[in-house]
Ligand binder design. Structure first.
Ligand code: PMP
Length: 344
């Protein structure tokens, strides 16, 4: 008798169900048990696969789109890649309007995944007709049957994590999670996961991660938008200069800000100590977990889940490049030959 061939039908079947991995050396000086939810195991190497798949499937269910239609978004980052990947399998055209600040590598990667990329000038205001926001809006109006994902203002971004990330973490920890540490960009990950977990056990603490230069922490504490909080910073995907509608601030207990430098070192430390080659915001989440620990948020009974949003390969020319680290003043000419100076 012939054996069944064990194969997935396509890459989309591998989205979600990412592993929870116990952290060992990176956290052994801290009180509590720490577990990493490693989103790089998604086929598109980030948590954004979840929202791309969920939002498109919801639109299909509601009859808003059908194969052959066009999906539009305004990011050169993980979301763009995930939407391109889902579009290939489901037979949609994918248009991404991105800023000319995006690296050529990123644009090539999106084109390799079949996306049509419009590179729009970075040095114009958001309401300029040439800006990537306006180009996306115009294309959406012009192309019949197109869907504009608009992840920062799309409630389905929260729902995607409510229906996948939240239940996965609850089941993987057998309901024993006490704290979630997660970055907030659009806010979809932390909000959707938090809503689900708090429904199971309202005592679970949801600890957000924000960047210096972003408005989220101040808004959470004061419900007031303070433009003085805004200044340039290097971590991509963390924090924001506006208040995203995809963030449920009531579901988050606390925010902690991390510096570009500490987050970069924490990411490198995860590679060196745990063999986890993860992105810049993963370093930010790990750094925040350490700061929360230092502030006494955890004790030896705590089960802390730290979300690691994406893979390290996207940061080869940044945090994993010694010259870049040096140029930012993060590295003080320290190299591998001189391991004493780096305390990983
Ligand atoms: N990390 C990275 C690398 C991201 O691209 C994003 C999304 N902007 C986040 C973290 C934050 O996730 P969310 O948008 O769900 O808040």
């Amino acid at each position: 008798m012939k054996q069944e061939i064990e194969a997935y039908n396509n890459v989309l079947e591998l989205i979600g169900n990412t592993p929870l991995i116990k952290l060992q050396k990176a956290t052994n000086s801290l009180q509590g048990n720490f577990y990493a939810k490693v989103e790089a195991f998604n086929p598109g190497h980030s948590s954004k696969d979840r929202i791309a798949l969920y939002i498109l499937e919801q639109a299909e269910k509601k009859g808003i789109i059908k194969p052959g239609d066009t999906i539009i978004e305004t990011t050169s980052g993980n979301t763009g890649f995930s939407i391109a990947m889902v579009s290939i399998i489901k037979g949609y055209d994918c248009i991404l309007a991105v800023s000319s600040k995006s690296s050529p590598d990123k644009i090539d990667m999106l084109r390799a995944m079949g996306a049509k990329v419009y590179v729009c000038p970075a040095n114009v205001s958001a309401d300029d007709p040439r800006s990537y926001y306006e180009v996306a809006k115009r294309l959406h109006e012009e192309i019949k049957g197109s869907v504009y994902i608009n992840q920062y203002f799309n409630e389905l971004n929260i729902d995607a994590h409510y229906h996948s990330t939240g239940p996965e973490i609850w089941n993987q920890t057998n309901g024993q999670i006490t704290h979630l540490v997660a970055c907030s960009g659009t806010g979809g990950t932390i909000s959707g996961t938090a809503r689900f977990l708090k429904e199971q056990n309202p005592n679970i603490k949801i600890l957000g991660v924000d960047a210096f230069g972003s408005v989220l922490k101040h808004y959470h504490e004061n419900r007031e938008f303070d433009k003085n909080e805004i200044y340039p910073y290097r971590i991509e995907g963390l924090g924001k200069n506006l208040i995203p509608a995809a963030t449920d601030f009531d579901a988050i207990d606390q925010f902690m800000k991390v510096t570009d430098e500490a987050a970069a070192h924490s990411a490198r430390e995860l590679a060196k100590t745990e063999g986890m080659f993860v992105g810049y915001t993963s370093g930010a989440a790990m750094q925040a977990a350490k700061q929360y620990a230092e502030e006494g948020f955890f004790d030896e009974t705590s089960n802390v889940v730290v979300m690691l949003p994406d893979h390290g390969s996207r940061y080869m020319s940044k945090i994993y490049n010694d010259e870049w680290m040096n140029n930012q003043g993060f590295y003080d000419s320290v190299h591998e030959e001189d391991p004493k100076k780096i305390e990983y």
